[in-house]
Design a protein around this ligand. Structure first.
Ligand SMILES: [Zn+2]
Ligand SMILES: [Zn+2]
Length: 349
């Protein structure tokens, strides 16, 4: 009997049900873990996803996608295979996929984190026999501070700038990180202004019931004075373009797990960096593995070799599988290696 999930040229595949999870090419039926562009792609005939992911996919990929929804804990059955979604804690709507057939259980995580971020449903440990996990930050050097500490640093930077009439421009992914920054900072310091890409995601998420603090979209009419004590949240690709001229003088920062590596700030021409990630750090990856009770672990993206090798050394049956999940935080490292680009050059939609 073939294994319940396997890795096909299109992605993670359940042959018994004829379903792919986060396929990177168009397939007949796809289950999507979350709406980041390396996991949610167009071109498939039918999709199954969390209701929030459905709305995000319509906004980011297209209105014409055929997407059925499943709430966390609900079970869908296809040809005898049971599928259910369980929170991955990564961004709003992000889910792990649990797959069960004849008593055998697999879980595919997509991206996940254990830190509670104030916008995503908290991570839910799920028991399984085989656990397919990302390991974007699967090196022992990655250990995150408590988010409150990081937000105290961001607030201090913003407050210091505001007192001098300098605008604070922070680079954050438009989906997930931007809303986390918006929710975590101290709104008494000044107004929070956002790029159109962030505004679009905010609007979709608010439509899905997420409550966000006050924000306003930057337009051509936004007066220059408005920026003086403001925090601007934007995708990094907009920084340094004519779009930021009106914000001068401004200070730049990035919120990302990669900021733990000092070199990133310099290469990205950033004034400062804050270590804030939507992925599990090393201890959290190990904890996630342990809590599943799984004996077999498949590491899919990030430091797959290091992480799977470590798991083997402590007694797990662990392997690395190569996939085409690479966007988001993972992309920075790939792009740096191949093109010498900075984390500021993220061309994300
Ligand atoms: Zn993601
Ligand atoms: Zn990913």
């Amino acid at each position: 009997m073939p294994s319940l999930l396997s890795f096909s040229p299109e992605g993670i595949y359940c042959e018994q049900a004829g379903v792919h999870i986060d396929p990177w090419r168009g397939v007949d039926r796809a289950i999507i873990t979350h709406a980041h562009s390396d996991h949610a792609r167009g071109g498939s005939r039918y999709y199954l996803a969390h209701p929030t992911t459905k709305q995000l996919m319509h906004a980011r990929i297209g209105r014409d996608l055929r997407i059925e929804t499943l709430w966390p804990g609900q079970t869908g059955t296809i040809n005898g295979v049971k599928f259910s979604l369980h929170s991955a804690g990564h961004i709003p709507g992000s889910m792990q996929v649990r797959v069960e057939y004849k008593g055998e259980v697999w879980v595919a995580t997509g991206d996940h984190k254990r830190q509670v971020d104030g916008i995503s449903e908290p991570y839910e440990p799920v028991r399984c026999h085989t656990f397919i996990t990302e390991c974007t930050f699967g090196l022992p050097i990655y250990r995150w501070k408590e988010p409150q500490e990081v937000f105290a640093e961001i607030n201090a930077w913003w407050r210091g700038n505001a007192e001098q009439g300098v605008c604070s421009v922070i680079s954050a992914y438009s989906l997930g990180k931007a809303q986390r920054v918006l929710t975590g900072v101290d709104h008494s310091i000044g107004p929070i202004l956002v790029h159109g890409a962030v505004a679009n995601m905010n609007t979709v998420l608010e439509g899905c019931g997420l409550r966000l603090p006050r924000w306003e979209q930057i337009t051509a009419d936004t007066p220059k004075e408005r920026f003086r004590n403001a925090l601007v949240i934007t995708p990094g690709s907009a920084i340094g373009t004519p779009w930021t001229n009106k914000m001068r003088p401004y200070s730049t920062a990035m919120a990302s797990g990669w900021m733990q590596l000092r070199g990133w700030r310099r290469r990205g021409n950033l004034d400062t960096g804050f270590v804030l990630s939507d992925h599990a750090d090393w201890p959290a990856l190990l904890q996630a593995v342990q809590e599943t009770g799984a004996e077999r672990i498949i590491a899919t993206h990030g430091y797959t070799e290091v992480f799977s090798q470590y798991l083997r050394s402590i007694g797990y049956d662990a392997v690395a599988e190569s996939t085409e999940f690479a966007g988001e935080e993972g992309a920075i490292e790939e792009r740096q290696k191949t093109q010498g680009e900075s984390p500021n050059d993220q061309g994300r939609s």
